[in-house]
Design a protein around this ligand. Structure first.
Ligand code: SAM
Length: 230
């Protein structure tokens, strides 16, 4: 029997496209956004008390990955993209009902608006529910996951001088930690594992209102080439 749900709000995020969004929350603390609540949740009443909470769970829709036919097996990037496992053993975006969940830092609460950081959500993501993180219940000291047993290994991020200057000045203009955001996201190595990046190949993504371009001067190293307003 189908049940229907409707968004309680939408996230305005630094991530304007899927490529280079970290694969989980907390991996890029400089990734910020605002959850804008819809009526009747926008008056302040529904978030009253939330200022006592440092982190929240967001339940949301992977609105840019919704599919009619649910996949039973997926190939997580974590396993190199060439090994398949059951969808319920992963946090893949293509899943039955397309529901995602992320623990994010709650920086500020205003009527109708929650200011968030450490997010892994695309701009425009519809949010279905917000729940306070409850450390004694949500943090399991004995937990293990042999598929994803630790945060991804980081790679070195270098800058061309001009690109660093551009990122600093756009960061000041936007009043956002843009240099940190770029470094934290690119250090996760967003490239699909099966792609061997020749140095002449350019990669790019959009953060806030800037295009960020980079390449791999050698395997395991990223160099940021330019950061320009879109
Ligand atoms: N933390 C969540 C979870 O475990 O359910 C998301 C994990 S999922 C592996 C993270 C990826 O989802 C990001 O790297 C991004 O590419 C993608 N993503 C984020 N928001 C999305 C959206 N609204 N629609 C489709 N894909 C999205």
């Amino acid at each position: 029997m189908p049940y229907s749900v409707s968004p309680i709000g939408f996230v305005r995020s630094c991530f304007k496209e899927k490529f280079a969004i970290p694969r989980q929350p907390q991996l890029a603390p400089a990734a910020r956004g605002v959850l804008e609540l819809l009526a009747p949740f926008d008056t302040g009443e529904a978030v009253q008390g939330l200022e006592q909470v440092s982190h929240v769970w967001l339940l949301f829709l992977f609105h840019q990955a919704l599919q009619d036919q649910p996949r039973l097996k997926v190939r997580p990037p974590r396993l190199g993209g060439n090994k398949s496992v059951g969808v319920f053993a992963t946090r893949a975006t293509h899943r039955p009902n397309g529901i995602g969940q992320s623990v994010v830092q709650l920086d500020k609460v205003e009527p109708g608006k929650l200011w968030l950081s450490g997010i892994d959500l695309l701009d425009g993501t519809p949010v279905l529910d917000i729940k306070p993180y409850v450390p004694y219940a949500d943090s399991v000291a004995s937990a293990c996951n042999r598929i994803a047993d630790g945060a991804p290994l980081l790679i070195e991020v270098q800058w061309q001088d001009a690109a660093l200057g551009q990122a600093r000045s756009h960061g000041l203009r936007l009043d956002q930690p843009l240099v940190e955001l770029i470094e934290q996201c690119l250090a996760q190595d967003p490239r699909p594992a099966y792609q061997l990046p020749p140095p002449e190949r350019r990669y790019g993504t959009r953060l806030w209102d800037v295009d960020v371009r980079w390449h791999y001067p050698e395997p395991g190293k990223i160099c940021v080439l330019e950061v320009v307003e879109t």
